[in-house]
Design a protein around this ligand. Structure first.
Ligand code: COA
Length: 248
């Protein structure tokens, strides 16, 4: 059986590929753990100069696995996802994303931690937190308004209105929109371009642009404490149960 997260190093570029296409790359706890480890290790490996987050054709990531949400709501699962959010916030290396198809929930909010995003023309960015009885996570409540202004952040994060690739580009989430077949190659070319630059200057420039990491981590923590409560709410449990039962 193939691994649900595949990590490949290609010269100075690490590619972290979500690989659970049969579930549209919904992220399970082991997938979060593998992605966390791959990001953290990239930070300490001087040979690696850039990291690419990639998915499957038509599905970058359908968000957290809702069955895991339900287990966490019932207290049967430790919410270890927070380690991934810390790894994103504290990540040392430039982060590029190759987004084809669906980018739901964390599939969109992780992009706010990326430095360069390539999207396919079929990409759809959506954060249906409210409909699931949840609230924005991954410091998106801080980063999205900074990126696109309050009005657009509210429409996306609270109203749950999706963005297509061109709208995401206008909102400042995406750099380039390309054909679906080219998305990985274009992202890899950008990653190699970054990897070829003087790494000390890249690291410092990136750090200055991102601002204080502590503020991002604080927002992750604040959101997480609310998120944990919301997971256990009647609204959220009903939404998870309805999703999981929708085909039966
Ligand atoms: N958690 C668990 N399973 C998920 C999932 C998720 N977040 N997203 C997709 N899947 C599963 C589906 O249940 C389905 O499983 P099955 O084949 O065993 O029934 C499989 O992945 C394929 O998804 P399907 O819904 O048939 O594909 P689609 O193209 O019609 O719709 C989505 C794709 C992503 C729009 C839809 O699956 C969806 O809304 N998923 C939930 C997204 C979400 O709310 N994520 C959390 C955000 S906080």
């Amino acid at each position: 059986m193939s691994e649900p997260v595949v990590v490949t190093d290609d010269g100075g570029v690490r590619i972290i590929r979500m690989n659970r296409p049969e579930k549209k790359n919904a992220l399970t706890q082991p997938m979060y753990a593998a992605m966390t480890a791959a990001l953290q290790e990239a930070g300490t490996n001087a040979a690696l100069r850039c990291v690419v987050l990639a998915g499957a054709p038509g599905a970058f990531c359908a968000g957290s696995d809702i069955a895991d949400f339900l287990k966490a709501a019932e207290g049967g699962l430790e919410p270890i996802t927070i380690d991934f959010l810390y790894a994103l916030a504290r990540n040392q290396k430039p982060l590029v994303a190759a987004v084809g198809g669906l980018a739901v929930g964390i599939g969109t909010t992780m992009l706010l931690h990326c430095d360069h995003v390539v999207a396919a023309t079929d990409a759809v960015f959506s954060t249906p937190f409210t409909r699931l009885g949840l609230i924005p996570e991954a410091a998106s409540s801080l980063l999205a308004p900074m990126r696109m202004g309050h009005a657009r952040a509210f429409a996306m994060l609270v109203m749950g209105r999706p963005l297509n690739a061109e709208e995401a580009k206008t909102a400042g989430i995406v750099n380039t929109v390309v054909d679906a077949a080219a998305v990985d190659d274009v992202a890899l070319t950008a990653a190699r371009e970054i990897a070829a630059l003087p790494p000390g200057a890249v690291a410092l420039g990136r750090q200055l642009l991102r601002g204080p990491v502590d503020a991002i981590v604080r927002q992750v923590d604040t959101e997480a404490s609310h998120f944990k409560e919301r997971l256990r709410s009647d609204e959220a449990r009903a939404a998870f149960t309805a999703f999981l039962a929708r085909k039966t």
